[in-house]
Design a protein around this ligand. Structure first.
Ligand code: SF4
Length: 341
């Protein structure tokens, strides 16, 4: 049995990264099989419910007002339109519907519509996840009361590298929101981006931060940077050898996340369309067990349903179906979430 540990040291995590690749994959696959079926991958759909015009300056993001990426700002989508997209995602086989709004934080006046959206999507029997920026404890409680299953708030990178990527908020504020989410009883979704010019040591620090939280995030998205022209990082990394993360290093990061947080869902997120089928297969071997489907992720391109279906066919993988996610109760104990079906 692979233990759930929250006392990982940076040295231990660095040693995992340093393992011979074959040994690392073996350990990751062993951890994976302890808590998950290795032939099942959860399909998620991501919808941008409010695009662009974000005052934050995240160096990788095309939706920041500080980026010159041509992404136009929109208002929060109409509730009915969101529910229509969710229904289409469900029909296309998705089990989880993630919604993102390009805000520093939601305003209190936005909350009634957000609550209505959460309830409507849950009523369809889809697992719900939202990413709306920083939350107050009260807003987290409102989302919990609406039945939100997961809240996404990525730590992005190591505490040390974070300030090189974002200047409009700090790492501690990130952790504060994660704490409000945890205390509200919503499952935590938090991961980061690989290939932003960070070092191996930063990747160690990134995994260390997540795996030593009081409780591991139930969901850990691992993104590969999609360098978008007009964004700070996109322009900085364009035409440099760092513009694309080394595939093997990406798989190593997935594997180390799997070993250190064996029970969490490890999600291949943005950047997957630029990763070869063979590398994605290695990521599944290394314990990744969720992907985002469709042609688009918020504003970035994605692999697309047809190529995913073909890949699943070649690898003999199937979509995870209808398993009830574990929900954290307010005192931290796990309980099985009621389904809306
Ligand atoms: S990543 Fe989120 S918070 Fe940062 S600029 Fe983009 S939309 Fe805003």
């Amino acid at each position: 049995m692979t233990d759930i540990r929250m006392d990982w040291t940076r040295e231990e995590i660095a040693a995992l990264f340093d393992l011979p690749f074959t040994e690392l994959l073996f350990q990751a696959a062993t951890a994976h099989r302890t808590y998950h079926r290795p032939d099942e991958v959860q399909l998620c759909t991501l919808l941008s419910i409010k695009t662009g015009g974000c005052p934050e300056d995240c160096g990788y993001c095309s939706q920041s007002v500080h980026a010159d990426s041509g992404v136009e700002a929109t208002k929060l989508m109409d509730v009915r339109a969101v529910l229509q997209s969710a229904a289409q995602a469900k029909d296309a086989g998705s089990q989880r519907f993630c919604m993102g709004a390009a805000w520093r934080n939601p305003k209190d006046r936005d909350m009634p519509a957000i609550v209505e959206i959460v309830k409507g999507v849950r009523d369809m029997g889809l697992e719900t996840c939202m990413t709306l920026g920083m939350l107050t404890p009260k807003q987290a409680d409102m989302l919990a009361a609406a039945g939100l299953d997961y809240y996404n708030h990525n730590i992005d990178s190591s505490p040390e590298y974070y300030e090189r990527v974002i200047s409009t908020r700090n790492f501690e504020e990130r952790l504060d929101t994660l704490d409000h989410v945890r205390k509200s009883g919503i499952n935590v979704c938090s991961g980061g981006i690989i290939g932003m010019g960070e070092t191996r040591e930063d990747r160690v620090g990134f995994v260390h931060t997540l795996s030593t939280l009081e409780q591991h995030p139930e969901s850990v998205p691992v993104n590969a940077l999609v360098p978008v022209k007009g964004t700070i990082l996109g322009d900085m990394l364009a035409d440099t050898p760092m513009a694309k993360i080394d595939d093997i290093e990406f798989v190593r990061t997935v594997a180390v996340a799997r070993i250190t947080m064996p029970k969490s869902m490890v999600r291949l997120s943005a950047g997957r369309e630029s990763i070869s089928a063979s590398t994605q297969a290695l990521c599944f071997m290394a314990g990744a067990n969720s992907i985002f489907t469709g042609d688009k992720l918020l504003t970035a391109p994605n692999a697309g349903d047809d190529s995913d279906a073909a890949l699943f066919d070649r690898l003999g993988l199937k979509a995870l179906e209808g398993e009830e996610p574990l929900r954290q109760s307010r005192d931290g104990a796990e309980s099985t979430m009621e389904t809306a079906e």
